[in-house]
Unconditional design. Structure first.
Length: 273
């Protein structure tokens, strides 16, 4: 399967037009994290390197075809002294499959605080998903074989008062990545779509559903490396009408809160013909 370098690779066709080639995949539709990651790479290519990504907001409009290239059209919405804004549209066969707004910040000084990282077993104490995953889910580890993903057993998750559905996942990229901080940000954008919707299914074990990402928002809070262990603390406060709201906070091993994610996804009873 594709490495993260291949999954995020884009070709510049024009000043603000980029293209991502098809990559090897077992999926019937393009992985949402790849579309979002490539859209973010496209936006990054149009911004002064002095600015860092601090947020993105995206909508998955149509299923992408993993066997076809995707063109990314970047609009330069604003170039300010402290902030820059870009809008990116991913297109296949003349139709938009994804839209995203990304904001970049030059950086300022101000008050600082953060929540305390949850107390969980370290990843070394948990089995690699490639050996612990059920046989019917092994295709996922073939698709993402370059990721080391370790789920905290549900009985070990400390459930917050009033929380409807929670899960916690350790993850890292298995191989050393380039030192460029923006590459790690784009890599995390790719990975953040992985496992998050599953937090809504913890409260409904064994119930068959048709799943898909609908929209996705991220905030990048502190520096990190995606090839070092990160804890994805996930929850789903609500599900209904065929949709589920999910959220996640991502921490590094030192307890720094490095990113936050909110996603709404399709989680509906399968439709029978």
């Amino acid at each position: 399967m594709a490495t993260i370098e291949e999954a995020l690779e884009i070709e510049q066709l024009e000043r603000d037009i980029f293209r991502g080639a098809a990559t090897e995949s077992q999926l019937t539709r393009t992985f949402g994290g790849q579309v979002a990651g490539r859209a973010l790479v496209s936006a990054v290519r149009t911004v002064d390197p002095a600015f860092q990504v601090h947020s993105l907001h995206g909508y998955f409009l149509r299923p992408g075809n993993p066997e076809a290239p995707t063109v990314y059209l970047v609009e330069r919405i604003r170039d300010g002294r402290s902030f820059c804004t870009r809008r990116v549209t991913g297109v296949q066969n003349g139709e938009a499959i994804f839209m995203m707004s990304a904001s970049f910040h030059h950086g300022d000084e101000g008050p600082e605080h953060q929540d305390v990282m949850p107390q969980v077993d370290g990843p070394e104490e948990l089995p690699d998903a490639s050996v612990s995953m059920s046989p019917e889910r092994l295709w996922a580890m073939r698709e993402w074989q370059h990721w080391d993903i370790r789920t905290v057993p549900q009985e070990q998750v400390v459930v917050r008062d009033g929380s409807a559905s929670q899960q916690q996942v350790w993850f890292r990229y298995r191989h050393q990545l380039p030192d460029d901080p923006l590459f790690h940000v784009c890599t995390l954008a790719y990975m953040s779509d992985m496992t998050l919707l599953g937090s809504s299914k913890v409260a409904h074990p064994g119930e068959p559903t048709q799943d898909a990402s609908l929209d996705h928002a991220m905030w990048f809070l502190r520096p990190f490396r995606a090839d070092e262990w990160l804890l994805y603390d996930q929850s789903s406060p609500s599900a209904g009408f065929g949709r589920a709201l999910t959220g996640g906070r991502i921490w590094d091993r030192k307890g720094n809160l490095v990113a936050a994610v909110v996603q709404e996804g399709l989680i509906r009873t399968p439709r029978h013909k």
